[in-house]
Design a protein around this ligand. Structure first.
Ligand code: FES
Length: 110
């Protein structure tokens, strides 16, 4: 199945903690939204190691540390700062105090 990407209204800006993340459901996926000052970031919430929720991780210096075994991912790209795989990142912006994330309405299967 394929789907075109679209913007999804996922939360109020005030719902995103200043330090930490918020998990939101978008279509059939869970996305972790992070806030750093005026910047927002959206990453796949599930750690590729053993499924930790990155939205519950520790955020520091532009990185999020998985709460289970501390794999470390860049907020701006989802790249793994260690040697493992990264997580998908999504475009995100704020409009009238609402947070919008760009992704497919339905996950695609290869
Ligand atoms: S589950 Fe994330 S580092 Fe192990």
């Amino acid at each position: 199945m394929s789907a075109t990407e679209t913007w999804h209204d996922v939360a109020a800006l005030g719902d995103i903690p200043e330090e930490g993340g918020l998990a939101v459901k978008v279509a059939d996926r869970t996305v972790a939204i992070f806030r750093r000052g005026q910047d927002l970031f959206a990453l796949e919430d599930t750690c590729p190691h053993r499924g930790g929720n990155l939205s519950e991780g520790i955020v520091r210096d532009g990185l999020v540390y998985c709460p289970l075994h501390a794999w470390c991912f860049r907020l701006d790209s989802g790249c793994n700062e260690d040697e493992g795989p990264g997580v998908e990142s999504f475009s995100v912006f704020v409009e009238a105090d609402r947070v919008k994330v760009k992704m497919a309405a339905v996950s695609s299967t290869p």
